[in-house]
Design a protein around this ligand. Structure first.
Ligand code: NDP
Length: 448
């Protein structure tokens, strides 16, 4: 699969050292495939072992998190933080609470985060963290007890100029609030050490909406530039019904699209009249229930108890916003056969390598996650700015900056893709554009 001995050897060594980490190896393979030509053009990359250093995290911390549940039983979970690369700024990246979390998932997310943060144009390095704790079905007190225990270890590794975590799957405003409270209690300082905070204690307006809105701004700009088209009048399918999916649905609708399907990990709902987002928000954000409830509340909607089947719903635009590897080659073929014109990723690595390639080969406007979902971390960067200034911007100010950042990301990676001869290969454009800045910083800072 690799054309040069150098990159082939880098990947073989990585495989030997991390043989049981399939998500991590998948992300590394995808990135290395795009970077091969850059490594040929720039001999210093091989001489100074930049790819080897780039793929090895600066630090990886694993820790015990012990807490007491409502029945008085002691529970033990595993916590992680990878501080992957600080060449262009303090480590920055979310925290995921989900039973599937392991070292491989944290490392794939951290590696992707380095390039994503570079694409935003803001000075942020890459990191990621999480735990195999499952917030689903837990009481508020149990979630608080877990978050406090998690931060009691994590606090010593982070700081507003060192490493600034945020939310991800299973970590929203409630969890960030509990973790921030515990950090403040331990270090006795009110600083912007976490982003995604509540508005009354340093959070930024528009952070909640940012990833979903940013995804749609990116998609709109890509459609306009590559296909001379827009969201207007288009049928849209969005997987997931969490933070990213909900605000992608809101913005896609505002831009004139009709969202007809959404999902959770149990199944998907189809509503030919267009998803009623107020109902979804009530079910998922307020009641924390299953998406299947939707059909009890909205006439004409149907429920299918298989979330992967959502990709067989005919649509013009597909926005995968649930989780990694949720869209495989089979699903990609169904989408293309049904006439999809754009697939832009809201989740991290939702499409398998084969699926990405299929979209690019079939001239679908394909927005790779590290570019199209960068609006969340970009707005987290804006939250860090506001915290440092002890000042807050209005919703409109943050939203306008977000839109600017997403538009710039699209044009930077599109121009790079064009330079490398295929304007549809935005994945390669994103990997190369994001990497070169980090590479230059690593070379300038010496061997470390
Ligand atoms: P949430 O926890 O708010 O929502 C996650 C959604 O995905 C839920 O609908 C959940 O369903 C579904 N889901 C989770 N795991 C699976 C699975 N194994 N199979 C199928 N569906 C699943 O998370 P977010 O919306 O914040 O994150 C979604 C994706 O976006 C993730 O990949 C995340 O890394 C990425 N992302 C998030 C950002 C943010 O700002 N929040 C920023 C950039 C990327 P259920 O309720 O059944 O679990």
């Amino acid at each position: 699969m690799f054309k040069t001995e150098y990159v082939k050897n880098v990947f073989e060594n990585l495989k030997n050292k991390n043989s049981n980490e399939k998500e991590f190896l998948q992300a590394a393979e995808e990135i290395l495939t795009s970077l091969e030509e850059v490594a040929v053009k720039r001999p210093e990359i091989q001489e100074k072992k930049v790819l080897e250093r780039f793929l090895e995290p600066e630090r990886f911390v694993q820790f015990r998190v012990a807490w007491v549940d409502d029945a008085g039983n002691v529970q033990v979970n595993r916590g992680y933080r990878v501080q992957y690369n600080s060449a262009i700024g303090p480590y920055k990246g979310g925290i995921r609470f989900h039973p599937s979390v392991n070292a491989s998932i944290i490392k794939f997310l951290g590696l992707e985060q380095i390039l994503k943060n570079s694409l935003t144009g803001l000075p942020m390095g890459g990191g990621k963290g999480g735990s195999d704790f499952d917030p689903k079905g837990k009481s508020d007190r149990e979630v608080m007890a877990f978050c406090q225990a998690f931060m009691t270890e994590l606090y010593r590794h982070i700081g507003e100029d060192t490493d600034v975590p945020a939310g991800d799957i299973g970590v929203g405003g409630r969890e960030v609030g509990f973790m921030y409270g515990q950090y403040k209690r331990i270090v006795n300082k009110s600083v912007g050490v976490l982003t995604g905070k509540g508005l009354s204690f340093g959070g930024s307006l528009a952070r909640t909406e940012a990833t979903g809105y940013g995804l749609c701004y990116f998609t709109e700009e890509a459609l306009k530039t590559i296909k001379k088209d827009s969201f207007k009048g288009k049928t849209v399918v969005i997987s997931g019904s969490g933070n990213v999916a909900i605000y992608a649905c809101q913005k896609a609708t505002q831009l004139g699209g009709k969202v007809v399907a959404m999902s959770d990990s149990n199944g998907y709902v189809y509503d030919p009249n267009g998803i009623n987002l107020d109902v979804v928000k009530q079910i998922k954000e307020v009641e924390r229930k299953r998406i299947s409830e939707y059909v009890q509340r909205v006439q004409g909607a149907t429920y299918t108890p298989n979330c992967k089947d959502i990709w067989s719903v005919k649509c013009d635009i597909a926005l995968p916003c649930a989780t990694q590897n949720e869209l495989d080659l089979d699903a990609a073929k169904k989408l293309v056969a049904n006439g999809v014109i754009a697939v832009c990723e809201g989740a991290n690595m939702p499409s398998t390598i084969d699926a990405c390639k299929y979209f690019i080969d079939n001239k679908v406007v394909f927005g790779p996650a590290k570019a199209s979902n960068a609006g969340g971390v970009a707005t987290s960067g804006l939250e860090m700015c506001q915290n440092s200034m002890r000042y807050s911007w209005t919703f409109e100010e943050v939203d306008a900056k977000l839109k600017d950042i997403m538009t710039n990301i699209f044009h930077n990676i599109h121009n790079t893709a064009v330079k490398y001869d295929n304007e549809f290969d935005l994945l390669k454009g994103a990997n190369i554009y994001g990497f070169e800045k980090v590479c230059d910083a690593m070379l300038a800072q010496g061997i470390m």
